[in-house]
Design a protein around this ligand. Structure first.
Ligand SMILES: *Cc1c(COP(=O)(O)O)cnc(C)c1O
Length: 412
């Protein structure tokens, strides 16, 4: 079976042409594309202003800074306990206190759990649509309004999906999109772009003034080379580039991760525009692949759970919950040997709050399965077959060793 890869980016000739055109015109950093992108997104999302910046984190940071300025006495931000670490990082870096609330079976913030966490120091609630699965954002709108706290619609993982006829990212007091790798619209490595979605409210003039003063991001061509390296050679270099990134983070520390606010570079805006053009085609592809997975995993007697799946619902990632008794790391290692690339779900923050209530850590059993543009039903079936076989072999191995040394690992 050929190498089965995770959704990293889905680029075609249009993206490559956009890169070449930007290079030939010498418009890597500055150019007209940022304004075009803002216009295109404002149209798609039906909002008055969209402000392109260099990352989802920058968008979140600028928005939260505006909220802090508007409500200086408040310093707590309610976030889901199961969330992309970037969100926690931004909240912490602003000196705000992240208050974690439990997520439901769909891996999104639970409205009831969130309500319980609202207090007199609550500044805002950040609601994210995890792996593209829409959160109950309308319920949060009601909750935030009643409690008179701000609501942030973090749609970093999904572009172009709607709830009740309104696009995700356009709820609340401001919204966020990200164009990093593995998201829905990809311009390159993290730092390649994101946007702040604004409404006609008190937040808008503050963030508009702030974004107007930002210079476009630099160093994007170098980032693009790194991106190509990972994208094209991933099958051969995944382990190597992982080690390289680990080393880089160790050496550079926060500098490698902490993004300095900047505007979006012209090159990245060109790429985002191309990705928007193929959005509906890529959506259809994804729905087809999700359907194949649902069929392949629903074997009677041994069904595997895709906690966020629902027929016809777009999901940015294929997340499957491993049955109990199978160790995730070992399973991943074995699958990689069989050319099936997988990734773990995010770690759940503050496990104490979850275990105290007896609810299991949702991230601990999640595994992301391959999905790529031309993946066929046969590829999906083979991935699922391998997954089942590896899990069964692991269970067998563990039960054989029950009397012996249980520290000894299976698959070694
Ligand atoms: C990726 C992500 C971000 C941050 O986006 P970057 O562009 O990587 O800074 C924020 N929130 C969520 C939910 C994300 O998944």
């Amino acid at each position: 079976m050929s190498y089965q890869r995770l959704p990293y980016a889905d680029w075609g000739w249009a993206e490559l042409r956009a890169v070449l055109a930007a290079m030939l015109c010498g418009r890597i950093r500055r150019g007209p594309a940022a304004r075009q992108l803002a216009g295109a997104l404002a149209g798609l999302l039906a909002v008055p202003h969209v402000l392109p910046v260099n990352s989802g984190r920058t968008a979140l940071r600028l928005g939260l800074e505006a909220l802090m300025q508007l409500r200086p006495g408040r310093n707590e931000v309610i976030i889901p306990a199961f969330i992309c670490p970037a969100v926690v990082e931004v909240v912490n870096s602003l000196g705000l206190v992240p208050v974690l609330a439990d997520v439901g079976a769909d891996l999104n913030l639970d409205p009831g759990a969130c309500e319980q966490r609202i207090g007199s120091r609550t500044l805002a609630i950040i609601v994210a649509h995890m792996y593209g699965c829409p959160a109950k954002i309308e319920a949060f709108e009601t909750i935030a309004k009643a409690a008179r706290v701000y609501l942030v619609d973090d749609a970093a993982q999904v572009v172009g999906e709607s709830v009740g006829g309104r696009m995700l990212g356009t709820f609340g007091d401001f919204g966020v999109l990200s164009f990093a790798q593995s998201k829905c619209v990809v311009t390159g490595e993290s730092g390649g772009g994101g946007v702040l979605i604004c409404h006609e409210n008190e937040v808008s003039p503050i963030v508009q003034a702030r974004v107007a003063g930002l210079a476009p991001a630099a160093g994007r061509l170098r980032a693009l080379v790194a991106f190509f390296w990972n994208y094209l050679l991933e099958a051969h270099t995944a382990a190597l580039s992982y080690r390289w990134q680990r080393l880089r983070q160790q050496v550079l520390g926060a500098r490698a991760r902490g993004l300095v606010p900047a505007g979006i570079a012209n090159l990245d805006a060109c790429l985002a525009l191309q990705q928007l053009k193929s959005l509906s085609r890529r959506r259809e592809q994804r729905l087809r692949i999700l359907g194949h997975y649902a069929a392949a995993l629903a074997t009677p007697g041994d069904p595997w759970l895709m906690p966020q799946f629902s027929p016809g619902r777009y999901l940015a990632r294929v997340m499957v919950s491993l049955p109990p008794g199978v160790e995730l790391d070992e399973c991943q290692r074995q699958l990689r040997r069989e050319s099936v690339c997988t990734r773990r779900g995010y770690a759940t923050h503050s496990p104490a709050s979850c275990s105290a209530r007896g609810s299991p850590d949702p991230g601990a059993r999640l595994i992301e399965l391959p999905a790529y543009a031309d993946m066929t039903a046969k590829d999906v079936a083979e991935v699922c077959q391998r997954l089942r076989r590896v899990a069964a072999a692991y269970r067998q191995c563990v039960s054989n060793r029950q009397d012996g040394d249980d520290h000894e690992r299976c698959y070694q």
